[in-house]
Design a protein around this ligand. Structure first.
Ligand SMILES: [Zn+2]
Length: 439
């Protein structure tokens, strides 16, 4: 059988064997959280849970679920990372940001051990999707703040790939670099960037397939699951395409193997995943065809541990064996169970847009909707429909539209097309739908 990975055998353990391996780590982690942070101590006390009672996976169900907004709130209340910070600053060697609910990036800290864990899970996922030592990878994710840059770069290095830190933008120079580099190459980017880069190449009279990019490793968007989209990328570039899944809070921890039978969860020994009914919060059994939301608990994390974090990814799982030999569960993402949407690898929360619109009061009312008119990936400018106040004279509309577009671009790094709507036309008495998915 093909080698699955080079350091650990966790990927082929039986379900019972894995649970036996993880249970002591879980117990140790819960005791650690309780002793190191007010945030978790309060949470367990309020749930009347003794940390010593969390000795197996099932016991996790006694604990409350957490959401990104809980961690964002905890960050507002305290210094660097938040009340859930469990390691002292002296031990934190890296910080990254993730799209936050407040419109500011949420900070995540990493100790040396956390970085090692990220690298291990990342390398395992990258090996699963077909990356090997000897691959020359150009990383075209943003090296500023977000995890796709430095964090994923280090995971490629950990695996033994040759990785070049390219970053974002400068697409013309990137094409020249691809042309200069001898031999086969790999691209690491969002799938929508592969499409955009192909357009730029074709406009410049360069056939994408002539650049000898043989493997595309894609993350940050669900694009590869869109029928026809994957085929288009593969045909245009003459490459094989490989899907990677991760969350900045946890790392890139799932990937497709060559059998393309769903995403293999690769977090064994570092992260416990539960499947949950998003409406009732009840835990569901991981079995073939079962659907639910993935919930994650880190079990060997020091700086920014996560306890039963709701991913809001609604998936269908498979547990039957895959031909590759990996025994963990696999999943297909069916959609998001909340309103967050991902543009070019960056999470956008409607509430972040709301914050920005409040800056433009009293000309705007602050009521708004985002219209996504075409299926993911969202590589186009969504429409932002904003309510204009009765008192604003129509002669000011054009300037107001431009001002709003500029502000959203500057503060949320999001390009939108603003349309004004009459005051009172958006907000409903019930919960106002903020994101319209018109596809
Ligand atoms: Zn497989």
């Amino acid at each position: 059988m093909e080698k699955l990975y080079w350091q650990e055998e966790l990927e082929t353990l039986s379900a019972d064997g894995l649970r036996a391996f993880e249970a002591p780590l879980l117990k140790q982690q819960i005791s650690y959280l309780y002793s190191q942070s007010d945030f978790y101590r309060d949470m367990l006390d309020q749930a009347h849970v003794n940390p010593n009672d969390i000795t197996c996976h099932e016991a996790l169900e006694q604990l409350p679920l957490t959401d990104k907004k809980d961690y964002a709130q905890a960050q507002l209340e305290n210094a660097l990372i938040g009340r859930h910070q469990c390691a002292p600053i002296e031990n934190i060697v890296r910080l990254v940001g993730t799209g936050g609910t407040s419109g500011k990036p949420m900070r995540i800290g990493w100790t040396r051990q956390d970085v090692h864990a990220y690298n291990e899970m990342g390398a395992r996922a990258l090996w699963t999707l077909g990356c090997r030592p000897g691959d020359l990878v150009l990383n075209c994710f943003n090296y500023s703040v977000y995890a796709g840059g430095v964090m994923d770069h280090m995971a490629f290095e950990h695996l033994g790939a040759s990785v070049l830190a390219y970053g974002i933008g400068k697409s013309q120079a990137l094409l020249e670099m691809f042309a200069d580099l001898p031999g086969p190459k790999c691209l690491y980017s969002t799938p929508s960037y592969a499409v955009r880069l192909a357009n730029i190449a074709e406009d410049a009279g360069i056939a994408p397939a002539s650049l000898n990019i043989k493997k595309g490793f894609f993350s940050g968007e669900a694009g590869l699951q869109v029928p026809g989209y994957r085929q288009k990328i593969e045909n245009t570039w003459g490459m094989s395409s490989h899907d990677l899944y991760g969350m900045a809070e946890l790392g890139c921890q799932s990937a497709e193997c060559k059998h393309q039978s769903g995403m293999h969860f690769c977090g064994q020994g570092y992260v416990i995943a539960e499947l949950m009914d998003p409406d009732t919060g009840a835990v569901k059994k991981m079995q073939d065809g079962e659907k639910g939301e993935l919930v994650y608990t880190s079990i060997r994390r020091e700086a920014s541990p996560l306890l039963r974090l709701r991913s809001h990814d609604f998936v269908e799982v498979q547990t039957s064996p895959c031909a590759c030999g990996r025994t963990g569960f696999r999943f297909q993402t069916l959609g998001r169970s909340d309103d967050m949407f991902v543009v070019k690898g960056v999470n956008i929360f409607p509430t972040a847009i709301q914050d920005i619109l409040y800056d433009l009061q009293p000309k705007l009312t602050g009521e708004y909707q985002v219209a996504l008119d075409y299926a993911p990936p969202f590589d186009y400018a969504p429409r932002l429909i904003a309510e204009v106040a009765h008192s604003t004279h129509s002669a000011q509309y054009n300037e107001l539209i431009k001002q709003t577009e500029d502000l959203v671009k500057r503060k949320a790094a999001l390009t939108v097309k603003v349309e004004l709507a009459a005051q009172g036309s958006i907000a409903s008495e019930h919960k106002t739908k903020r994101v319209l998915r018109n596809y």
